[in-house]
Write a protein that binds this ligand. Sequence first.
Ligand code: EPZ
Length: 432
Amino acid sequence: MAEVFHIKGLGGEKKLSGQLPVYGAKNAALKILAAAPLFADELRITNVPDILDIRSLTTLLDSQGIATSRPSPREIVCSPAKTLNSVLDTEISKRLRASIVLTGPLLARTGKVSFPHPGGCVIGERSIDMFLEAYEKMGATVTHERGAYIISAPKGLSGADLFFHVPSVTGTETIMMTAVYADGITRIYNAAMEPEIAHLAEFLNACGARIKGAGTSTIEISGTTDLLRTDGASYTTPPDRIETGSFLILAALAGDQLTVTGVNPDEVRSLLSVFEILSIPFVVEGDRITVSGSAPEISQKRLVVKTAGYPGFPTDLQAPLVVLLTQTRGEALVFETIFEGRLAYTEELERMGADVVLMDPHRVLVKGPKPLRGRDLESPDLRAGLAFLLAATIAKGDSVLHNVENIDRGYERIEDRLANVGLSISRETLGT
Ligand code: EPZ
């Protein structure tokens, strides 16, 4: 049954206070789960957020022959597979982008894998050409039949020199893991540098992989024939830097001394540098960041923010940032460089009263401050959905946010956490 959030807007007052804890990173936990076929023994993952995308991936792992269990709410254990099924479930793969990451470890282990075009948030074309090219260069054949990609490498994979025309995050993670079992050395040039990649490589190395350079733009992987072994060690999911950034923006918009806890401040530097430009006061103390309410202002003629791979400004914080800019005095141009369909949500902000002009599919001009009005809203994807939640929080009047499953994909019980800091928000099931 469809669920919605009812949000009572603060109407411009800064009232939220207290502590907002950040949970484990979705985009780190998904990747270590996808690494499960590489292990000979039990893989234990802790600090896993209890979100829909993780549930989808564990269901997928179960159907591939890797039994997963949850001994406690934020802990997942993957048992080593006796036999691996290398045909990915179509229905789950079509709703989860991270399903593509599993294709690499499955191919490396079994010499074959077939899967549909992966789904996930509808934010652009989201091609997989670099994955397919890399598999071919590593010695596999790639065919496409009846809606499925079929990758086959009966004699195993060989190391290769690969150049990514775009530094893809999941591409880097997938090929890095595939190369762990290829014969010889693989080098990935123009690799993505997101911190989750280095974190994943560090754990794989501790379990027997030989990966150098993860977290930089050139990664070198020396293949091994032995399966990885945890020998009882567990992977601890790092804090979610996108959740951290989303909560910091909430604090800037609606907080009266709101502290975001359990964070890695180094990983949100790009956002904090924008806060400095907007004169938003914040204090970093260890793994906590406190933001005080303020009237943000752009002192220069026009602020330009371009999304970029890490350590640049993350595309996943672009929509929340635009909401903040609607409340900031001055003019800003936000340039979404990673995805071509990630600004459609701005139309809805305009209906709420924001002064936003979509210049082309990649650029939006925002002038503020403009008060927002509460509305019925449809969450179009995970991060734009969160942006609507922020907009509804500061708006005058009530809002009803539909499609909350889009938010549940990446944020665990967000309504409980926001209610704890003073927001009037409830989850309701339509028709009850
Ligand atoms: C990851 O997506 C994240 N998803 C996204 O998080 C995030 O927005 C994105 O990286 C960028 O940081 C996961 O980690 C599961 P890309 P990914 O491949 O890997 C093009 C969220 O809300 N490209 O780095 O799919 C592609 O079209 C989400 O948590 C090719 O051209 O993104 C895009 O323009 C949404 N060919 C660019 O690269 C390829 O073969 C970067 O995308 C692969 C990608």
